[in-house]
Design a protein around this ligand. Structure first.
Ligand code: FES
Length: 83
């Protein structure tokens, strides 16, 4: 199982994290049953990095800055070798 954590802290949420939570519905069929999506509280990255890098997500522990449905799916495909 590939673990996706989406930050739902305030900064990330307003910077696009809310949209990211729709990831599950956007997953291609080939990935849908291989991915586990979780919301997390603030990962603290927003405090040490420019706000422009939010929202943050982690895919199998790897930090994704400016996370979007598109770049999280790209990372998932990289992991599964689909791309
Ligand atoms: S709100 Fe997401 S890292 Fe702080």
């Amino acid at each position: 199982m590939i673990k996706v954590e989406i930050c739902t802290g305030t900064t990330c949420f307003v910077m696009g994290g809310a949209e990211l939570l729709m990831l599950e519905e956007s997953l291609p069929e080939s990935l849908a049953d291989r991915v586990e999506i979780q919301g997390t509280s603030c990962m603290e990255h927003c405090k040490s990095n420019p706000a422009g890098e939010a929202p943050y997500a982690r895919v199998n522990g790897k930090l994704i800055k400016q996370a979007s449905i598109h770049n999280v799916i790209t990372e998932l495909k990289r992991i599964t070798g689909e791309e």
